[in-house]
Design a protein around this ligand. Structure first.
Ligand code: NAD
Length: 485
């Protein structure tokens, strides 16, 4: 194995996992076995929760302006160790090094936001009647948990770590069992930044640990990011156990392309959105709906797709099973009558024969009833559907059970506004292929792309990671009149 056996991070130290059940972590880029990951048991989780509980009284009572000093240092350490972390992200996830660098840069931006929390969480105070004052303050919840997916081994954990911890909570994170290595660097940097022992803990494992987190009586809140199928399991189980839960699920994002869209810009954006991170982004464009005469744009999309070369500017998909699943969707669409304009099936990269690559794929004349039009493909594939009217396009977009993102490409402001107002999605793009809101705005979809109230990043996350205390104070406003000691 290239790296040593993975350990949990509990109470500020890397600790061996007790269980004998292990998984092998393999690099998707060339099949190199990277590390053995033992699956923790409920007892390992309990040890982490005990450490977090012990750390909570002091950490939660530390003033927030002091707590965020850790994150100023962590931000600096992310910058200093950017290359090392990005290389590991790329190695274990399969994305290109450029994409991994962008991912770590996003971690830095997320941390920068957390350092501004003291400016954002000031409470309210008002004299509500003579001598009576009401005031609010945000109070940390206690022990909170984060369960994360494989597609952003560093960024998705950093959606939660800086905010949840800066707001005074102690945290347990369960990495994706497909990419557990990057979080070991993150733990090291948090410790180096001066985070007290026990405030941040990692418990490696699979669904067994997810269930144990949802059931643990001392965990107050659970955040989840992953597929809709598992988001539903986690949301149901955590809330059944009376925990606060925010569970982000999968996506099927539509790009509505109108004939007046700028062809070069639109084609470049569509191609980048469907193929970035090998299409393994919950914000990836997966279906394009061409409204009216857009052949000239489709031609340019194909030209752009052909510039995307597996193993060069296109990374691998996470596993052999993923590659097979994606190729199966393409083949089924072809059999159902869709036209494959650019075909990414059957790709092998010379020198990386054991890598799991799918080439960029453009499929035209996909119809709404095809599985590829409805389901999340999570690969570098764009399905093109055709309609005559914008309303027909919106009917297709809004029939999806998901609601993460939707974009429109047009030069007509009124039509763009119409789509923005009528698309049932939490994040809207106008001439933007990947409409991720940047800090301080919050990230989060609608419908079956998110269960729970509020969003996971930005200002909205304050409500999730804290509870509001309302204090009413009454003093005699005349107490000082003629007062003598
Ligand atoms: P996944 O749902 O398979 O796994 C996510 C987490 O759930 C992992 O930590 C895994 O160990 C755990 N898990 C898996 N099966 C489980 C089960 N049966 N019971 C309990 N826990 C279980 O997701 P993934 O394949 O790692 O990630 C890809 C998915 O995540 C895609 O659907 C993608 O759209 C989604 N995603 C969504 C967002 C968003 O913001 N909405 C962001 C990133 C990824």
């Amino acid at each position: 194995m290239k790296y040593e056996r993975i350990r949990n991070f509990i109470n500020g130290n890397f600790k061996p996992v007790s269980s004998a059940r292990t998984l092998i972590i393999t690099s998707p880029t060339d099949g190199t076995p990277l590390a053995e990951m033992p699956c923790s048991s409920a007892a390992d989780l309990d040890e982490a929760v005990k450490a977090a509980k012990a750390a909570f009284p002091a950490w939660s009572k530390t003033p927030i302006k002091e707590r965020v000093q850790v994150f100023f240092r962590y931000k600096y350490l992310l910058e200093k160790n950017l290359q090392e972390l990005a290389e590991l992200v790329s190695e274990e996830n399969g994305k290109t090094i450029g994409e991994a660098i962008a991912e770590v840069e996003k971690c830095i931006e997320l941390t920068e936001f957390a350092t501004s929390l003291p400016q954002l969480i000031t409470g309210e105070v008002l004299e509500v009647s003579k001598g009576v004052e009401c005031r609010t303050s945000h109070v940390p919840l206690g022990i909170v948990a984060a369960i994360v997916p494989f597609n952003f081994p560093a960024m998705v954990p950093n959606w939660t770590i800086p905010n949840a911890i800066a707001l005074g909570n102690c945290m347990i994170i369960k990495p994706s069992e497909k990419v557990p290595l990057s979080l070991t660097i993150i733990a090291r940097l948090l410790k180096e930044a001066g985070l007290p022992n026990g405030v941040f803990n990692i418990v490696n494992g699979d669904s067994e640990i997810v269930n144990a987190i949802c059931d643990h009586p001392d965990i107050e809140a659970v955040s989840f990011v992953g597929s809709t199928k598992v988001a539903k399991i986690v949301y149901r189980r955590a809330t059944q156990n009376l925990k606060r839960c925010l569970a982000l699920g999968g996506a099927k994002n539509h790009l509505l392309v109108l004939p007046d869209a700028r062809p070069d810009m639109t084609a470049a954006n569509v191609a980048a959105s469907m193929s970035g991170c090998a299409g393994q982004r919950c914000m990836a464009a997966s279906a394009m709906i061409g409204v009216g005469a857009v052949d000239h744009i489709v031609e340019k999309i194909c030209a752009e797709a052909k510039k995307i070369i597996p193993g060069q500017n296109l990374g691998a998909v996470i596993s052999k099973e993923s590659k097979e699943r994606i190729e199966r969707y393409i083949t089924e669409a072809e059999s159902a009558g869709a036209k494959i304009l650019v075909d990414g099936r059957g790709i092998t990269v010379t020198g990386k024969e054991n890598g799991t690559y799918v080439g960029p794929t453009v499929i035209d004349y996909v119809t709404p009833d095809m599985a590829i039009a409805k389901e999340e493909v999570f690969g570098p594939v764009i399905s093109i559907l055709r309609t005559n009217t914008l309303d027909e396009a919106l009917i297709i977009e809004n029939a999806s059970p998901y609601g993460n993102a939707a974009s429109v490409f047009t030069e007509n402001g009124g039509l763009a506004r119409y789509v923005a107002d009528n698309a049932s999605a939490g994040m809207i793009g106008v001439n933007v292929g990947v409409p991720v809101p940047r800090e301080p705005f919050s990230f989060g979809g609608w419908n079956e792309s998110k269960f729970g109230v509020g969003d996971i990043t930005g200002k909205s996350s304050i409500e999730f990671w804290t509870k509001l205390k309302k204090s009413t104070t009454k003093w005699n406003p005349e107490a000082g009149v003629n007062w003598m000691s």
